[in-house]
Design a protein around this ligand. Structure first.
Ligand code: MTE
Ligand code: MO
Length: 237
């Protein structure tokens, strides 16, 4: 199986034919109240907590094709995103307006559905990491994280937070914990796909088949919740 750059898939991944809504079951039924407009806060160890909305539209835009790899072993190849490079956002908005403290390099993303995840700032500064508001030339859509999501192709899907409502910059990682009741073991501090950083401590011979077995149920839950949301006329659906 080859991807866009004609390279083999990363270790332990298989190609899935469609790009579907996916996520942790706990958040399946929760949708953002306002998927049409970008509005999130910047907080943590910063000089000034701020709200970001219209400022986002002024940032330079990029489009990219990248592969998407979920930790449960499915991959979708050549997904076309557009949005703003995280590094541009950091340099042009976070640094001048929020003034993060020196050493505030532990970044937490919170989604409006209650999901949250952390990433090291260094990993986010890669040029292929986007705050994306568009997929395949259209607005993101509720299933893929409207109004704004992270796209970090070198990192497993769960590091790619959807429905972003807050981005926090902390000095001390203890200001964050992976969403309860999911075990911390599931949350690798880096989550790099090429190095198969799927989880903390758990061996790959265990985690690969376990996640692969759990995947269909998660997929089903996410699809059913989306169908219910749409049937009720949910916003952005
Ligand atoms: N807010 C939020 N972001 C999330 C999740 C979630 O449940 N809630 N699931 C993560 C996981 S495990 C994956 S694989 C991707 C799935 O992205 P998709 O729904 O666009 O396929 O979103 C990630 N970001
Ligand atoms: Mo995932």
């Amino acid at each position: 199986m080859m991807n866009a750059e004609n390279k083999p898939l990363p270790p332990g991944q298989f190609e899935f034919p469609s790009f579907d809504r996916f996520g942790l079951g706990l958040f399946a039924k929760r949708f953002p109240a306002n998927p049409d407009s970008i509005a999130f806060t910047i907080g943590g160890d910063v000089g000034q907590s701020i709200k970001v909305g219209k400022e986002f539209a002024a940032l330079p835009r990029v489009e990219q094709m990248s592969d998407f790899h979920c930790v449960t072993t499915w991959s979708v190849l050549s997904v076309r995103w557009s949005g703003v490079r995280f590094s541009d956002f950091y340099q042009q908005v976070v640094v001048p307006l929020a003034k993060p403290q020196g050493g505030a390099n532990f970044v937490v993303f919170r989604g409006e559905d209650g999901f949250s995840v952390s990433m090291p700032l260094d990993d986010l500064m890669a040029s292929d990491v986007l705050l994306a508001d568009s997929l395949d030339g259209h607005g993101l859509g509720i299933e893929h994280g409207a109004p704004l999501r992270l796209v970090a192709p070198a990192h497993y899907g769960y590091k790619n937070a959807k429905h972003i409502s807050a981005i926090e910059f902390w000095c001390n990682p203890r200001n964050y914990r992976f969403p309860f009741p999911y075990p911390k073991l599931m949350d690798h501090p880096r989550g790099r796909v090429a190095l198969e950083e799927r989880a903390r401590f758990l061996p790959l011979w265990l985690i690969r088949p376990l996640y692969r077995a759990l995947m269909p149920l998660a997929r089903y839950k996410m699809r059913k919740s989306l169908e219910t949301y749409r049937a009720k006329g949910g916003r952005g659906a």
